[in-house]
Design a protein around this ligand. Structure first.
Ligand SMILES: C[S@@+](CC[C@H](N)C(=O)[O-])C[C@H]1O[C@@H](n2cnc3c(N)ncnc32)[C@H](O)[C@@H]1O
Length: 217
C-alpha cells in the first residue's frame, strides 16, 4: 500500500498543506509502531475528506475498514457536534490502539465501533431503516468486497452525499490485473462500473494510492 511511499513532491505537499490536529498526529505516530502501519490512510487524503465533510456539513459517516481509526478520528473531528461515525472493523487489536486517542480528542461518543464483518454492519444499518441517511462513506477494507461495499453504500448515502474509495490504483496493478489477483480485478471492475454509473458524478484522484470520489446525484 501507499503510506510509506514518500517522494520529494509528496514531502513538499505535506510540508506546505498539512494541518493535522495534534491528537491525530499522535495517533498516526502510535500507528507507525504497528507492523501493519502501511495500511494507514494517507494523511493528505484524510485531510481532503475532512474538508469535504465540513463542506457538505455532514452529520453521519461510515468508515469501512477502520484499522487504528486515523481517518475515523479525523472524520469525527470534522463532523457537526451531533455527528456520528459508524466504524467497521474485524480486528479488536487495531481498534484498541485508536480508542485512547478518541477519548483524548473528546469524540469517543461520536465513534460507534462495530466489530464484525463490514457487510454485516451495512446490512444492519439498512435493516434499522437508515437507508439514504448517511452523508459520507469511506471504503477502505478488504478489496475483494469493494463492489459489494459500493452498492451497499449507495443505498445508505443520501442524494448529495459522497462515497470515497481508497486504493483505486492498487499500486498500478489495476492496469493489467493478473489472472490470480482477485483484489486488482475487483478494484478494476469497480472503477469501470463507476465510470458508467449515471447515479453519480465522479472524480478519480491520484492522491495516495488513488482515491475515487463518487458524488451521489
Ligand atoms: C487499509 S486498512 C484501513 C485504514 C483506515 N481506513 C485508516 O484510516 O487508517 C483496512 C482495514 O480493514 C479491516 N478489514 C478487513 N476485512 C474486513 C471486513 N470484512 N470487515 C471489516 N473490516 C475489515 C482490516 O482489519 C484493516 O484494519
Amino acid at each position: 500500500k501507499y503510506y510509506g511511499s514518500d517522494t520529494p513532491i509528496r514531502q513538499y505537499v505535506r510540508n506546505n498543506s498539512m494541518r493535522e490536529p495534534p491528537v491525530l498526529e499522535k495517533l498516526r505516530l502510535k500507528t507507525l509502531e504497528d507492523p501493519s502501519y502501511i495500511m494507514l490512510a494517507t494523511d493528505e487524503q484524510t485531510q481532503l475528506m475532512a474538508n469535504l465533510i465540513k463542506l457538505i456539513k455532514a452529520k453521519k459517516a461510515i468508515e469501512i475498514g477502520m484499522y487504528t481509526g486515523y481517518n475515523a478520528l479525523s472524520m469525527a473531528l470534522a463532523l457537526s457536534e451531533d455527528g456520528r461515525v459508524v466504524a467497521c472493523e474485524i480486528n479488536e487489536n487495531y481498534t484498541n490502539i485508536g480508542k485512547p486517542f478518541f477519548e483524548e480528542a473528546g469524540v469517543d461518543q461520536k465513534i460507534d465501533i462495530r466489530l464484525q464483518p463490514a457487510l454485516k454492519t451495512l446490512d444492519d444499518l439498512l435493516a434499522a431503516g437508515e437507508a439514504e441517511t448517511y452523508d459520507f462513506v469511506f471504503i477502505d477494507a478488504d478489496k475483494k468486497n469493494y463492489v459489494n461495499y459500493y452498492e451497499k453504500s449507495m443505498q445508505l448515502v443520501r442524494k448529495g452525499g459522497i462515497i470515497a474509495v481508497d486504493n483505486v490504483l492498487w499500486g498500478g496493478r489495476v492496469i493489467a490485473p493478473a489472472e490470480d489477483d482477485l483484489s486488482s480485478q475487483t478494484i478494476d471492475r469497480l472503477n469501470k462500473k463507476l465510470h458508467k454509473d449515471n447515479r453519480i458524478d465522479l472524480s478519480m484522484l491520484t492522491v495516495g494510492d488513488g482515491l475515487t470520489l463518487a458524488f451521489k446525484r
